[in-house]
Design a protein around this ligand. Structure first.
Ligand code: P1T
Length: 423
């Protein structure tokens, strides 16, 4: 009896669905397909609107509001070369393309290209150079970038000069006819030094030298280097852009068509691309980038001031302080000062720093930064261990320096954690 009822229910449901399908005529389908759901993102649109909408149109086949994860390695062709613009997912993938367009819009750039990691993006930029070319970079930069430059690309004949870029004279005096690229990171990792992007751009104006800015610590919400004269912006998307510590990815944003073609060729030829699942996660991340960065900056400010007034703390490195040497430039080129802070203790020993790091409960000890959760790090033994100690000390990176990535938890709880850890 019950089985009979189930059968009748199934049949009637099927009839209802069929009726709906029959009502939706072929003409309706064409009308739906023709409707333009695209939102025109123009340069006047504000950051939050671009973050949520740029590069993202409802899926043409279903109307899905979120860009689908096109988890496919290849695309069917009607006849050789007769396809819909997608041939093979190393070269093109719709989810990745949506992200590339979204990221380009956030940096006010024409083009965006994403890679399997921040270092893969940096690697692609270096492959545009030739043996004998010279690069000027900051002496205070992410240890992995330093390692890529010195341990890989020096071996292929590129020459690197690492200088203190807070003084533009140090850059100017290194420029010669072989200089092809200037690699800036600002704020720097981990000393939070500020490099004047427009100042560097002015130095190379009219010369055949490209300016690349690693904008990871600021995120596109706090700083847009292309507006200040940079040729390429590089991001470790892993950090603030993705924002949830669940993806490793890198990106390049730029305006120059020829350079973009060169980099897209390298992206495909070397093949360091991210998968569609990760592209989807980052598209989800960028939708809240502006809100997250506002809270990172608010919390960063409270924590920086708390640390500055703590009797056991020696120096606090955060560009929002009026007495930070780069404060005026930071005010000029950044929208706010972010949530990255480094500090040293009056008891300047590795032992004491280690004790603090072990005591943290909310500020978990881990490599990386920029996620919603707060993290702590010990650059000398972790992120910057690949830089020789004498080089580290030149930029002020002491053995006891602790780096904080201030998350978006409640500031009171973060301060309570610092209070118990500093003892
Ligand atoms: O980890 P990856 O996505 O490859 O990005 C490298 C990178 C590039 N530039 C900067 C300024 C970075 O901070 C990083 C990665 N940094 C860390 C993992 C860290 O904890 O500092």
């Amino acid at each position: 009896m019950i089985d009979n009822y189930r059968h009748i229910l199934k049949l009637s449901n099927r009839c209802y669905v069929n009726k709906l399908i029959n009502k939706f005529t072929f003409a309706d389908l064409i009308k739906y397909r023709k409707k333009n759901f695209q939102i025109n993102i123009d340069s006047k649109m504000k950051f939050g609107t671009k973050a949520i909408h740029a590069g993202q149109e409802p899926d043409p086949s279903t109307g899905a509001i979120m860009t689908p994860i096109y988890q496919t390695s290849t695309y069917v062709q009607a006849s050789p070369g007769d396809h819909k613009g997608y041939e093979y997912s190393r070269t093109q993938n719709p989810t990745r393309h949506a992200l590339e367009k979204n990221l380009a819009a956030l940096e006010n750039a024409k083009h965006g290209l994403v890679f399997g990691s921040g270092l893969a993006a940096t690697d692609a930029v270096m492959k545009t150079l030739q043996p004998g070319d010279e690069i000027i970079s900051t002496n205070d930069l992410y240890g992995g970038t330093y390692r890529l430059f010195t341990k890989i690309f020096e071996g292929f004949g590129l020459k690197f000069h690492f200088v203190n870029m807070t003084d533009l004279e140090n850059i100017k005096s290194r420029i010669n006819e072989k200089t092809k690229l200037i690699w800036v990171e600002t704020p720097t990792n981990p000393m939070m030094s500020i490099i004047d992007i427009s100042g560097v751009a002015d130095l190379i104006n009219g010369k055949n030298i490209k300016l690349v800015v690693d904008n990871t610590f600021s995120s596109p919400y706090l700083q847009n280097p292309i507006d200040k004269g940079a040729d390429i912006v590089m991001h470790s998307v892993t950090k603030y852009i993705a924002g949830h510590s669940d993806v490793v990815m890198g990106a390049l944003m730029l305006n120059d068509d020829e350079l973009k073609d060169k980099l897209a060729f390298i992206q495909n030829a070397s093949g360091a691309i991210p998968g569609p699942q990760d592209a989807f996660l980052v598209l989800r991340g960028t939708k809240t980038l502006h809100i997250r960065m506002q809270r990172h900056s608010e919390n960063g400010k409270e924590i920086a001031h708390y640390l500055k007034n703590h009797p056991k703390v020696d120096k606090v490195y955060w560009p929002g302080f009026e007495d930070h040497p780069g404060h005026e430039i930071a005010k000029k080129q950044m929208r706010d000062f972010g949530g990255m802070i480094s500090f040293t203790m009056k008891d300047d020993s590795v032992e004491y720093a280690t004790k603090i790091l072990e005591r943290f409960k909310l500020f978990r000890l881990a490599e990386s930064l920029g996620g919603v959760e707060s993290l702590s790090g010990h650059p000398a033994s972790m992120t910057h261990a690949s830089i020789p100690r004498e080089e580290r000390l030149k930029s002020g990176l002491k053995d006891s320096l602790i780096r904080l990535s201030v998350g978006i938890e409640d500031a009171e709880d973060l301060i309570a954690d610092l209070e118990q850890a500093l003892g």
